[in-house]
Design a protein around this ligand. Structure first.
Ligand SMILES: NC(=O)c1ccc[n+]([C@@H]2O[C@H](COP(=O)([O-])OP(=O)(O)OC[C@H]3O[C@@H](n4cnc5c(N)ncnc54)[C@H](OP(=O)(O)O)[C@@H]3O)[C@@H](O)[C@H]2O)c1
Length: 252
């Protein structure tokens, strides 16, 4: 049960960062994986590289926030697998600015990708997840869902909504054999945060508020996603696992 053998999984945003680390973990653990991202060249590059290594993997260029693309993903899974065991709603973005400087379009974009897309994708894939009989949805939230961590109000709102989405769907779909959980990382080195963390002053402020005195590697987050995806975590649903190096439990 520490494996994902014979499991069929979808990971959104699988070409970089936490999504890519999850993709590599899932393949190593024996799952067959469909991953998405918007940039077609990057999807093709990752797919070709992994297929050369003998993995059962399919890449699809798809924007989780576009309903046509959600339909395309659901159609592919229905045609090729006829059921789905694992959905990782990982794709997410941030636009770092003060609330007063946000345009309505920017605000809507953050909510569309981070909050509405996981809901629409989970709903579109619900019949296929139900068909699995033992399915797991893992939503990638953030420390920003629970505390102000200076990452902007729309991002924080989107991630905090995602936590409640996970809890409510966990209750609604428990009888269908679908577990729904979240993972909330604190700063993790990925293309999303690389330039932000490059600033020494900012990095020092983060480290001084983190008892473990470092930021996370993407593999430390994908390990939690893998656990929640496995049957090993079969009695856990509606929960949020925080991976923050102790930041949230340290007051001084
Ligand atoms: N890194 C951190 O410190 C941190 C901390 C807390 C939470 N998180 C969360 O963890 C998740 C992954 O973050 P990351 O740091 O790994 O980000 P990243 O390095 O920027 O990677 C994001 C991935 O998602 C894809 N993506 C973005 N928007 C998409 C969309 N609309 N549809 C499909 N794919 C999309 C990107 O590819 P394309 O651009 O080609 O679409 C890329 O593959 C996000 O939800 C983020 O909010 C990250």
């Amino acid at each position: 049960m520490w494996k994902l053998n014979n499991k069929k999984a979808l990971i959104t945003g699988g070409t970089k960062g936490i999504g890519k680390a999850t993709l590599l973990d899932f393949l190593d653990l024996g799952a067959e994986v469909l991953f998405t991202a918007r940039n077609q060249d990057e999807v093709k590059y990752v797919e070709t590289d992994l297929r050369k290594k003998g993995h059962k993997v399919k890449g699809m260029s798809a924007d989780s926030a576009r309903s046509e693309d959600v339909k395309k993903i659901a159609f592919w899974i229905k045609e090729n697998w006829n059921s789905l065991d694992i959905l990782v709603n990982n794709a997410g973005i941030n636009i770092r600015k003060q609330a007063k400087d946000y345009s309505e379009e920017e605000f809507r974009k953050v909510l569309e990708i981070n909050l509405i897309a996981p809901f629409e994708l989970s709903r579109a894939l619900y019949p296929l997840l139900k068909e699995s009989g033992k399915a797991s949805i893992v939503n990638v939230a953030s420390s920003a869902a629970m505390q102000d961590v200076g990452t902007g109000t729309p991002y924080a709102m989107s991630k905090s909504g995602l936590l409640q989405q996970s809890r409510s769907l966990a209750v609604e779909w428990a009888a269908d054999g679908i577990r729904v959980n979240s993972v909330s990382p604190w700063f993790t080195i990925t293309p999303l945060t690389e330039s932000y963390l490059h600033n020494d002053e900012r990095m020092n402020a983060i480290l001084s508020n983190t008892p473990l005195k470092r930021v996370a590697e993407a593999e430390e987050i994908s390990a939690i996603i893998s656990f929640l995806a496995m049957d090993k975590s079969s009695f856990i649903t509606g929960q949020n696992i925080v991976a923050d190096g102790g930041m949230s439990i340290s007051a001084l």
